[in-house]
Ligand binder design. Sequence first.
Ligand code: FES
Length: 290
Amino acid sequence: MWPFDQIDRLENATGLDAVAERIKPVLETLLADQRVTDFLHGVWLGHPLHPVLVQVPVGAWTSAAVLDAVPGQQRAAGLLIGVGLAGAVPAVAAGWADWSQQDTQQQRTGLAHAAANVVASGLYVGSLVARARGRHGLGRSLAYAGYALAGAAATVGGHLAYRQAAGPSHAVPHAEIAPPGWSDIGPVEELPDGSPTLRRVEEVELFVLRRGTDVAVMIDRCSHASGPLHEGSLSTVNGEQCVTCPWHGSVFRVRDGAVVHGPATAPQPAFEVRVEDGRLQVRLPGLSMG
Ligand code: FES
């Protein structure tokens, strides 16, 4: 349905790729510090930070739109427009951090989302300038145009998040089809010692790491974008065994799947393990029946 079918076309708009290629090196420089990128992705929060931060401009600009319809409230509306513009700055920073680790089709949609927001912000700046010059009618019109465009940008952002799955955990769908109760995945002695290996329980791919008698098991597909963790590299962070995803470098603690570094923000579902007659058995907490 128009205009939503136009949004579908954005992800195949190859003309945006040249723009993306110009932006990427700039972001690589700006986002070189792992602590900054982890903060902007929302690793510390355990959830993507960008959708949290956009509440400020969305809320402020919605309130401004309401106040602009009330006689005598133009000054308050202008103040809220300013709050929205200030609140957009950290939201934009978090958005670009996420964009830098998305796939090509997601980045095309993300560019359209960003472009619409840039124009919307420009209209709001114009609105403030017009109000400062006493042209309140023009200021109100520019603000409503900005609000409409910001709404369109939010719709494109929703497409990016829901249709193109930029943001949700890609590990959870695998965990959801894990069989309840204990599942046998074979003799412990057959597992390589000290290097990750891939095992399956029915349709579910498992990352398995044995170190002597100690075995850790979690969903193999990375929560960020489904990278195969068993192909990742091992390291020790703060004394804990970790694995780095081969696709975008998220780091997970092997013991419990916790996120150590982003872009992932959702942990890897980790399994309970036990050994019965020399065979490794696993079950996912919350699904156990036996
Ligand atoms: S798939 Fe992106 S970090 Fe793993």
